[in-house]
Design a protein around this ligand. Structure first.
Ligand code: SAH
Ligand code: SF4
Length: 444
């Protein structure tokens, strides 16, 4: 019994898909040394918090959750607590965590996660706590074991880091400069996934369109997409995130020509005001963005477009905000992740003097969400009575009599269907559209 308890891990992940993938690697390393997953912190002998620092809220959640672990550690002094991820890469943060939460055993960053088993070993063998943060990114480490959450779809990171330095964003400081994986390493990982039964992959990077720039010989993102599109047995390819300044015509052509590349593009606009975009250092104007959208819609009919938007960036006037609202309406996004601007230490925007009042930010945020949701609902309505291809992911979370999956365009569909089709592609007729999901029935 005790032995069983000693071998359970619990991982909590905040933030983006890249963090999710890093957590799957931590899980893979733990599985290799005999651990199994638990969904209950009380049952775990090791708890890992993989943190995010893109917005202040994400950090506050980590503090709250770490505080709550004190009691568990008192009850079970053998419990190992580890904190890692982007938040730890910030100057002074690792020290702060250890000072405020002295019962934390291991602190590490984004560049040295592959060394986690070594840290764990030291804690266990030498009974010491370990703190190691690498300021500089290392060479890409291949071959780290990975324990994926889904059996049908997987994330595959193709590049690490970011060189863009948008003025609000902390990512380039905590994830380092751009580094691309070799195309053959990516291909081999995907072939291996297909052999294990995976049908869909999402290629990940902070700006996938700058993939391959530093590789010898040079391989463009469009080249990579074409290579992956040829992998037999793979059904769907998605990618994120695309920076509008870098999404090339060649990539659009690759999607058009490809059979597996899904008709869905996540293209964060951040703001509809050219003045604010320039203050954000995004390197495109409102007009550039709209021209790109027009091109995408022309070339890829039926494409679903999603985006990220920040409200309340320093200096944003009512007029700038109205520009964002009008752009959202003009594009007609299928969905949008909307964020209230959050001040991040060491970023240029944090030093801008014209910070916006919280009340104004919230008021604009609410107005924006209303418009975004209304358009999402309209877009979903277009699916009613249509038959769409769904990759069946499993039982629906809220209603186990239904199955759940997504369309090629990324829409979440809950539907009546046969359980033996989990992990497969099926045709589903959409019977009803809601704002955030669709309802349907499998077509027999
Ligand atoms: N590399 C991706 C996204 C990185 S972070 C890209 O360039 O699009 C994900 C999203 O978080 C961003 O697109 C942005 O909308 C939001 N974000 C980043 N920093 C933020 C901040 N300081 N305040 C509020 N939102 C922020
Ligand atoms: Fe952040 Fe901009 Fe890089 Fe995206 S492109 S990670 S928003 S700096």
């Amino acid at each position: 019994m005790i032995q069983e308890q000693m071998l359970k891990y619990y991982i909590e992940t905040w933030g983006c898909q890249m963090n999710e993938e890093d957590s799957e690697k931590l899980a893979g390393m733990l599985k290799n040394i005999g651990y199994t997953a638990t969904l209950r912190r009380e049952d775990a002998s090791i708890i890992i918090f993989n943190t995010c620092c893109v917005r202040e809220n994400a950090e506050l959640k980590v503090y709250g959750n770490l505080g709550a672990l004190k009691k568990l550690k008192e009850k079970n002094p053998e419990l190992v607590i580890a904190v890692c991820g982007c938040m730890m890469q910030q100057k002074g943060m690792a020290e702060e965590i250890i000072k405020r939460f002295p019962y934390v055993d291991i602190v590490f960053g984004t560049h040295n996660a592959y060394k986690f088993p070594e840290y764990l070993n030291r804690v266990k063998q030498e009974n010491v706590s370990v703190k190691e943060i690498m300021d500089k990114e290392t060479e890409i480490v291949e071959g780290v074991p990975i324990e994926r959450k889904s059996d049908s779809k997987a994330f595959v990171t193709i590049m690490y880091g970011c060189n863009n330095f948008c003025t609000y964003c902390v990512v380039p400081y905590v994830r380092g400069r751009e580094r691309s994986r070799k195309p053959e390493d990516i291909e081999n990982e995907i072939i291996d996934l297909v052999n294990k039964g995976y049908k869909e992959i999402t290629l990940l990077g902070q700006n996938v369109n700058s993939y391959g720039k530093e590789l010898e010989p040079f391989v463009s993102f469009a080249d990579l997409l074409r290579r992956i599109d040829k992998i037999e047995g793979l059904e769907r390819i998605r990618f994120m995130t695309s920076h509008p300044k870098d999404l090339s015509e060649d990539v659009i052509s690759a999607i058009k020509e490809g059979t597996k590349l899904c008709e869905q593009i996540h293209l964060p606009v951040q703001s509809g005001s050219t003045r604010i975009l320039s203050k954000m250092n995004r390197k495109y104007s409102r007009e550039d963005y709209l021209a790109l959208i027009k091109k995408i819609k022309n070339e890829l009919p039926g494409v679903a477009l999603t985006t990220d938007i920040i409200v309340g960036f320093p200096g944003e006037t009512e007029e700038d905000f109205e520009d964002t609202i009008s752009l959202v309406k003009e594009v007609g996004f299928d969905s949008a992740f909307t964020f209230i601007y959050s001040r991040r230490k060491y970023t240029p925007a944090d030093r801008m003097e014209d910070q916006i009042d919280d009340s104004v930010k919230h008021e604009r945020f609410n107005r924006l969400i209303e418009v975004v949701n209304e358009i999402s609902a309209e877009k979903n309505k277009e699916y009613e009575n249509k038959v769409v291809e769904i990759l069946v992911e499993g039982e629906s979370k809220n209603d186990s009599s239904k199955l759940t999956g997504r369309t090629r365009t990324g829409k979440l569909v809950n539907f009546v269907g046969r359980k033996e089709n989990i992990g497969k592609l099926v045709d589903v007729k959409i019977t009803k559209a809601h704002s955030f999901s669709l309802l349907g029935e499998e077509v027999k």
